[in-house]
Design a protein around this ligand. Structure first.
Ligand code: S3P
Length: 183
């Protein structure tokens, strides 16, 4: 398994801000799949959606996943839809530890609407966005670790991620006992 830390989750989960903080704490490089796409294309994500459509953007995500195989030791924040396709959970887990930044739909939706231009929200009703979220949840659930973002800010979420990563590397005797008991 690779040694990257890969953040997944719906729009508004805070993947970028948490990822940046996490990278700083760990002394690692921070990479965003959306930035990789923007840099290669020379256009913003909204421009790519507007000029070439979602299918083209998803094809660029495919290419990006292939390029991620060259990374090691990085903190990687993924776009909200990148993890949610057949084969993606397995492909990304092979590159490192996948962490789902989870939250309640309403809070994620409000945060996503407030910050940044998001083509996947444009022209979609709240119910349609919720349907998208529900369809993606089964993918997010396949992450190696889940960290709850409900009611806490990026700093605290980053601390929780660090704690979860440490626990995964060296489980406390209590957690180990629990895991062994469950077998
Ligand atoms: C998308 C989420 C966006 C970006 C693109 C598509 C999605 O990233 O990749 O607009 O399908 O959910 P964020 O999750 O960082 O907003």
């Amino acid at each position: 398994m690779g040694d990257n830390v890969i953040l997944v989750g719906f729009m508004g989960a805070g993947k970028s801000s948490v990822g940046r903080l996490l990278a700083r704490h760990l002394g690692r490089c921070f990479v965003e799949t959306d930035d990789m796409i923007t840099a290669r294309e020379g256009r913003s994500i909204p421009e790519i959606f507007a000029e070439r459509g979602e299918a083209h953007f998803r094809a660029l995500e495919d290419e990006t996943v292939r390029l991620l195989a060259l990374k090691s030791g990085d903190v990687i924040a993924t776009g909200g839809g990148l993890y949610c396709r057949e084969g993606r959970p397995a492909a990304l887990k092979a590159l490192g530890t996948v962490v789902w930044l989870a939250g309640e739909f309403d809070a994620l939706y409000e945060r996503a609407r407030r910050a940044g231009e998001r083509p996947m929200l444009a022209g979609r009703s709240r119910d349609e966005v919720e349907a998208l979220y529900r369809a993606r949840e089964p993918y997010y659930r396949q992450a190696d670790l889940v960290v709850d973002t409900i009611g806490i800010g990026p700093d605290q979420v980053a601390q929780e991620v660090l704690r979860a990563l440490r626990e995964r590397l060296a489980p406390s005797p209590l957690a180990r006992g629990r895991a062994e008991g469950a077998r």
